[in-house]
Design a protein around this ligand. Structure first.
Ligand SMILES: Cc1cc2nc3c(=O)[nH]c(=O)nc-3n(C[C@H](O)[C@H](O)[C@H](O)COP(=O)(O)OP(=O)(O)OC[C@H]3O[C@@H](n4cnc5c(N)ncnc54)[C@H](O)[C@@H]3O)c2cc1C
Length: 304
């Protein structure tokens, strides 16, 4: 969910100087390691194993987005296929999360669909699922359409939806009958006011309403993706009598004590584990969510 401060932050982190500060200096890389499991698949697998030991399932995210050539889109697809093979080989309790612009959506919808078919097919062989992340609003319709197509073919796919968009209640009504898991998050991109709520209290209220909407539908598999105490408490209350599937989801490196607490209480929890060298855009979204992260970086940069 993006405040005015965060919109400025996202713009600033788009600049070449900011990118250099974060990616070329050790302070930037140190901060990234708070939120990213490492640059290689082996490092991510090691992190995922530890999370499994702590009683959590995992969603592996090979970082990357907005690719501008077919070769990079195919490479991203192959990285995901390799990740799924590794999940099978190591017996991880994990699925994968993908971004369609990483698989070529901005270049050619057909390339992204074909890649999704291969990834969902391999995930089915391995006995796991795929979640499609929700990116910024130019891709919302295409993401839901591709989700619908692939979920109907393979039955092991889910998708994220964003509480800050006014359209999301209608989108949930449309996709819930498809039976895939639906990850409800607040939304992490800078969006125009005409389509998205910018005030935190409005986004939080809509998140609560959408949580109730998901829980009321027995065919939906809700994944409540938030670190917000009040929204987690609400979901904890709503799941007391729920027999149908449900899970909490959180990001690697954020609110780890709360993660352990949910597991101790017997709630299913999946941790989103990003890895790879393309971590800069992911890091900028984590910074924009929380001004304190930027202060932490500035202190590390200036040695204070
Ligand atoms: C599993 C998962 C998958 C996601 N997938 C998507 C997606 O597909 N598309 C999308 O647009 N967004 C996605 N997001 C991001 C989401 O939209 C929010 O931007 C992010 O989760 C912050 O919102 P919050 O619900 O944690 O609430 P907030 O009100 O932002 O935060 C609540 C509390 O959590 C802690 N916290 C939150 N963020 C940070 C941070 N960056 N650093 C340190 N502490 C923090 C703080 O203690 C804060 O007070 C995902 C989030 C999760 C958990």
């Amino acid at each position: 969910m993006i405040s005015a401060f965060s919109k400025v932050m996202l713009k600033a982190t788009d600049l070449r100087l900011s990118k250099w500060l974060f990616t070329d200096l050790s302070a930037g890389r140190k901060l990234a390691l708070r939120f990213v499991a490492g640059e290689t698949l082996d490092e991510a697998v090691a992190v995922a194993k530890e999370l499994n030991k702590r009683g959590m399932t995992v969603s592996m995210d090979h970082l990357g987005e907005s690719v501008t050539d077919v070769g990079s889109a195919r490479a991203a697809r192959d990285d995901y296929l390799a990740c799924l093979d590794e999940i099978a080989a190591t017996g991880l309790d994990a699925n994968v999360s993908v971004k369609l612009t990483q698989l070529g959506l901005a270049l050619d919808r057909g390339i992204a669909i074909e890649a999704m078919r291969q990834i969902a097919g391999r995930a089915a062989e391995v006995g796991t699922t795929v979640t499609i992340d929700m990116e910024d609003s130019p891709y919302t319709d295409a993401t839901l359409d591709i989700y619908e197509l692939i979920q109907k073919e393979f039955g092991n796919v889910g998708v994220a939806v964003q509480a800050y968009l006014y359209r999301t209640s209608a989108d949930i009504s449309r996709i819930a009958p498809l039976g895939g898991h639906i990850r409800l998050c607040k939304g992490a991109y800078a969006e125009p006011d005409r389509i998205a709520m910018s005030r935190k209290e409005h986004v939080d209220a809509n998140f609560a309403t959408l949580t109730q909407q998901l829980m009321d539908q027995d065919d939906a598999k809700p994944a409540i993706a938030s670190h917000d105490d009040r929204l987690i408490d609400l979901a904890r209350k709503l799941v007391v009598d729920r027999a149908a599937p449900f899970e909490f989801q959180m990001l690697y490196g954020i609110r780890e004590q709360l993660q352990d607490e949910l597991v101790r209480q017997g709630h299913p929890l999946r941790i989103y584990v990003p890895y790879g060298s393309e971590w800069y855009p992911y890091l900028t979204r984590r910074l924009a969510e929380r001004p304190a992260n930027t202060l932490f970086f500035m202190r590390a940069l200036f040695g204070k």
